[in-house]
Design a protein around this ligand. Structure first.
Ligand code: DX5
Ligand code: ZN
Length: 217
């Protein structure tokens, strides 16, 4: 089970401590949402935020590029320290080319797919990527509700995963209950935002510990 805090949900008035506390709590990868205000009507994190976290973190950082024509920025995020670069195929005229560009830079490549994007439209990309991130909310904002209609797609991709080694993640409104349910399906990577981790009473350490116990159930 990979637990990836969605850093756009972090307390930016205390970012240094947030990163330290999350690493102390044992998170696996920092999930970093970058938005262009076009592909999604929001802006997520800024480059300075990205750079600060990527520099401070000992754990790997990804980048979830909710931007049109993401090929333009692959090198930028590779240089900023992204270990795993997710593009949205919906936002790229030539996703296979961009995936190759990411691999040329010795980074892991992932596709993040919108709730209304079918597996059929991306299945040719599955053999090319190291990770698939299934959006369980419409991308752009934290704090939304889980979209139940995505559930059959998660099952479908999890079955495809068996004979292709890619990391399967979900992103959006992921609660402890969803983690329990989806880990049984074969989901490996959980992006944790306001539904499971941020803005809660308990410490990150307590929450992460309790989420990990869900896996053994
Ligand atoms: C939304 C982002 C998610 C979001 C998750 O576009 O990709 O990472 O911040 O936050 P919650 O769990 O609150 O939906
Ligand atoms: Zn995200």
């Amino acid at each position: 089970m990979i637990l990836s805090p969605s850093m756009m949900c972090a307390d930016f008035s205390n970012l240094d401590a947030e990163v330290s506390m999350l690493e102390h709590a044992g998170v696996d990868m920092f999930h970093m949402d970058i938005m262009d205000g076009e592909f999604v009507p929001n802006f997520g994190m800024g480059l300075q935020d990205y750079e600060f976290i990527a520099k401070k973190a000992k754990r790997p950082v990804d980048v979830h590029m909710m931007v049109n024509n993401p090929g333009r920025y692959i090198e930028l995020f590779a240089n900023l320290g992204a270990s795993l670069i997710y593009i949205h195929p919906e936002a790229d005229r030539h996703p296979a080319k961009t995936i190759d560009q990411i691999h040329q830079l010795n980074k892991k490549a992932g596709i993040a797919i919108d709730p209304d994007t079918s597996v059929e439209t991306v299945k040719e990309l599955l053999p090319l990527v190291d990770a698939v991130l299934i959006m369980t909310v419409n991308p752009g904002f934290a704090g939304q509700k889980f979209l139940d209609f995505v559930f059959p797609k998660i099952k479908q991709v999890a079955q495809l995963k068996d004979h292709r080694a890619f990391l399967l993640g979900v992103d959006g409104a992921i609660s402890p209950e969803k983690i329990e349910e989806l880990s049984l399906l074969g989901v490996d990577n959980f992006v944790l935002g306001t539904s499971a981790l941020f803005g809660k009473q308990s410490s990150y350490e307590k929450i992460i510990k309790s989420l990990r116990e869900l896996e053994s159930n």
